[in-house]
Design a protein around this ligand. Structure first.
Ligand code: SF4
Length: 63
């Protein structure tokens, strides 16, 4: 998977980081960022969960 975050949609609640800190990180700008552009397949379930749980649907999968 290649997760991306739409910064215009992110409200910085950190849910994605709670679910999958290997890939998502809240940074100093108050928004979540993808810190692993090429995550291993064993993280797919957690990435999908983060996509589903994001309250603003800011996370998409580009692959
Ligand atoms: S779950 Fe969605 S809104 Fe919340 S920090 Fe992550 S990308 Fe932003």
């Amino acid at each position: 998977m290649k997760p991306k975050i739409n910064e215009d949609e992110c409200i910085g609640d950190g849910i994605c980081e709670e679910i999958c800190p290997e890939v998502f990180e809240l940074q100093d700008d108050g928004l979540a960022h993808v810190i692993n552009e090429d995550p291993s397949e064993d993280l797919n379930d957690k990435i999908e969960e983060a996509i589903e749980e994001c309250p603003t649907s800011a996370i998409t999968n580009e692959e």
